[in-house]
Ligand binder design. Sequence first.
Ligand code: GDP
Length: 300
Amino acid sequence: MATFGTLSDRLTETFRNLRTKGKLTPADVDGTVREIRRALLDADVALPVVKEFTAKVRERALGDEVNKALNPAQQVVQIVNEELVGILGGQQRRLQFAKTPPTVIMLAGLQGSGKTTFAGKLAKMLEKDGHTPLLVACDLQRPNAVNQLQVVAERAGAAIYAPEPGNGVGNPVKVAKDGVEFAKQKQHDIVIIDTAGRLGVDAELMKQAADIRKATDPDEVLFVIDAMIGQDAVNTAKAFQEGVDFTGVVLSKLDGDARGGAALSVASVTGRPIIFASTGEGLEDVEPFHPDRMASRILD
Ligand code: GDP
């Protein structure tokens, strides 16, 4: 996965320079922090996040733990790594399942973010683990959305609950509720609800998503965000956090030229864990998100 490629190259260079030093002067630390700041901004990490991050690194790098370290440069690298892992969520976070099935997982995000594709990926992953997921088509906004989910369900070999095609004016909240009931009757242990997305954040859409959340009381609300979104990541993530109060994040399109800054920005401003990384159009192209691996990839 080429995630963070550019970011990684920049920091590698910075740390290579740093490693040749024995004792670090405040000027060395400032120079390094400046490079980290530039690398993060180039990677499209949001400015407030960059500021907070570099301030923390600077403070620790000038403190005793570095002064007293056998290898101060190495210690600074360690600090940067720790802080990155911290922002990215620390430990890997797994999906939460309901004590009594079905587990309800709701997906939310902008149109084109990769929600429908991820619904199929998730269904396939869960099937491999012996679950019997049901996909529920609640995107009744776009005429073709139900159809798309049907195609994805077929590719994933998963069951789907959907209103009749062409009957796009249905009530998505009712479809979601009926879908959960259907899952109970048919013994599906997991329900994956695909919701409508617009190109921009939209009050009506957000209310609809909030209503679906209220009606189905999901165990997880996953916010799917395109890693290519760059600086917009912060505002979009904040809007969805206020609107639907998501429990976790899916970072999609990490296979593209994404500089990866969205991962840091979203995790930092929402405090919600990134649970999955989506890395392609195929249904196999998904993996659990590992904060430590992502951080060491940055520092490689
Ligand atoms: P939705 O509108 O949020 O449901 O988004 P879709 O699932 O329909 O995805 C929008 C487009 O992005 C489609 O062409 C997908 O094939 C593509 N896509 C989704 N996830 C990924 C991914 O992880 N990587 C790449 N390269 N393309 C993706």
